[in-house]
Ligand binder design. Structure first.
Ligand SMILES: *Cc1c(COP(=O)(O)O)cnc(C)c1O
Length: 376
């Protein structure tokens, strides 16, 4: 069976984990946590990066930093993972769901403005499959209305928009290092801060609401309770696992793009003859090979193809059930205007296996099996 996902493993992870253990410092903010933070800050040109226990938690920190209170509103796509909006709902916000663009599956930047009210505190954008949203337009809207931009770049590590790394464009953002993502530490993520005035408060929120980070740097002689917060700091053991991958980040990225390109060139002829659609890459976007999906004619064909692939030893899966039609989505938000594409496009989408340890022969087999399905 070709599994849908396998956790990335380079081989040096265990050496670094042992080093973390030998350091006798396995709690957060040890050697490897700092190394990872700095690597991202330098390479991606982000003012401050703080590893967290998950992307979900990094988004929760964003909601606290944004001072979200009961009655506030946020704008987000409905085609996303629950954490994108849950983090803000936890603080009392209501969600205004905006339709997606059918080409990139990202929030339609031209529909955002009509969802803005006097209560709108933040626009949370999601770079689906590591392909960027139209950030220039979105940043202009944010400036015009003085609204915060949060980038959920969980899938976008290493991707670029007009030469800038995703996560470095909005005011704050989040990465994920879950085992299904391009780089992993098991469970983990990072908070990305591009606004100076958030840095000090973010450190406090991440350390249970205390100024312990300052204490460890020797800037104060005792630490105390300063603000609300929680335990958002990952263990240095997990950070050591991530560090092994960051050292060879471009190799991992190249391998994923190579597999992505194999799928694309292999399936292009089929897409000209039968009703399937391949992913679209806007010219301003450099992607990271996070995901390869195809869109079938409709829900029925997608289900048949998933079954067919499974029967032939390939685990392919669908993706998000739109949040606005889920139990919690109905309770905590509403769709603004017409759902033209969110439901329809999400029902057609099918994700194929794509991960670091996937072999080119396996991709060839998957492509061949898809051709066979359409020829039968
Ligand atoms: C994976 C993912 C998350 C959640 O990441 P965790 O690290 O598992 O909390 C959030 N948003 C998006 C878009 C994701 O793909």
């Amino acid at each position: 069976m070709i599994s849908f996902n396998e956790a990335p493993f380079i081989g040096t992870e265990l050496t670094y984990i042992k080093q973390a253990v030998d350091n006798k410092k396995i709690c957060g903010d040890g050697e490897f946590t700092y190394k990872c933070n700095q690597w991202f800050e330098t390479k991606f040109n982000i003012q401050k990066v703080l590893l967290t226990t998950s992307c979900t938690h990094a988004l929760e920190m964003c909601a606290i930093l944004a001072n979200i209170n009961a009655g506030d509103e946020i704008i987000a796509p409905s085609f996303t993972f629950v954490s994108t909006v849950n983090a803000f709902v936890l603080r009392g916000a209501r969600v205004k769901f905006v339709d997606i663009r059918p080409d990139t599956m990202n929030i339609d930047e031209n529909l955002i403005e009509e969802a803005i009210t006097t209560k709108t505190k933040a626009i949370v954008v999601v770079h689906y499959a590591g392909v960027s949203c139209e950030m220039d337009t979105i940043m202009e809207i944010a400036k015009k209305y003085n609204i915060l931009i949060v980038e959920d770049a969980a899938q976008g590590v290493m991707s670029k928009y007009k030469g800038r790394y995703l996560g470095a464009i909005g005011d704050i953002g989040a990465f994920s290092f879950h085992e299904t993502k391009n780089f992993s530490m098991g469970e983990g993520g990072a908070l990305l801060i591009n606004k100076n005035e958030y840095i000090e408060r973010a450190e406090i929120i991440r350390e249970k609401g205390t100024d312990r980070s300052k204490f460890f740097r020797g800037q104060i002689d005792k630490y105390s309770w300063c603000d609300i917060g929680s335990s958002y700091l990952p263990s240095d053991i997990n950070s050591a696992y991530l560090w092994a991958q960051l050292e060879v980040a471009s190799d991992i990225n190249n391998k994923r793009i190579q597999l992505w390109n194999m799928y694309y060139t292999g399936l292009i002829e089929l897409s000209q003859n039968v009703d399937i659609e391949l992913p679209f890459l806007p010219e301003y976007c450099e992607h990271n090979g996070h995901m390869f999906y195809i869109k079938c004619a409709n829900l029925e064909t997608r289900c048949q193809l998933i079954k067919y692939l499974y029967k032939h030893g390939i685990h392919a899966v669908f993706h998000y059930v739109p949040l606005h039609s889920s139990i919690a989505g109905l309770k905590y938000g509403e769709f603004i205007n017409k759902d033209r594409f969110t439901t329809r496009e999400s029902e057609r989408l099918l994700r194929l296996p794509l991960y670091y340890s996937l072999e080119t022969a396996q991709v060839e087999y998957i492509i061949k099996t898809i051709y066979k399905f359409y020829s039968e």
